[in-house]
Design a protein around this ligand. Structure first.
Ligand code: FES
Length: 115
């Protein structure tokens, strides 16, 4: 399921936007954080740290990594894998595409979190 987020032209490199939970398949879930890296790559992950409850869209973007704003765990936006403690569980990633200038997140193609 492709969900439109906003025009790509609204974002500058280093920006993050949040897709609110009511616009996802899980209205009680964390929502989705979408990032435009300095290299122009788009990545989407669940907007919740797997350590505790912090919005990763409020974190610090550096390259393809997002640093959690609460305890500084780093997550690789390409894989969702944490890069060290205190987080040990990957965050779920979602495919992102641009259709007619709009960023879309493919929530139907979400990868499952590894057990
Ligand atoms: S809540 Fe993210 S590292 Fe603790």
């Amino acid at each position: 399921m492709l969900v439109p987020v906003r025009p790509l032209s609204d974002l500058s490199p280093g920006d993050a936007v949040r897709l609110e939970p009511q616009h996802t398949l899980d209205p009680t879930g964390p929502g989705v954080a979408i990032f435009l890296t300095e290299d122009g790559e788009l990545h989407a992950i669940d907007d919740s740290c797997t350590h505790q409850d912090a919005a990763l869209s409020d974190g610090y973007l550096e390259g393809c990594f997002i640093e959690c704003p609460l305890h500084a765990a780093l997550f690789d936006l390409r894989t969702g894998e944490p890069d060290g403690p205190p987080a040990s569980v990957p965050v779920r990633t979602h495919p992102v595409v641009v259709v007619e200038g709009w960023i879309h997140v493919d929530l139907g193609g979400a990868e499952e979190i590894a057990a």
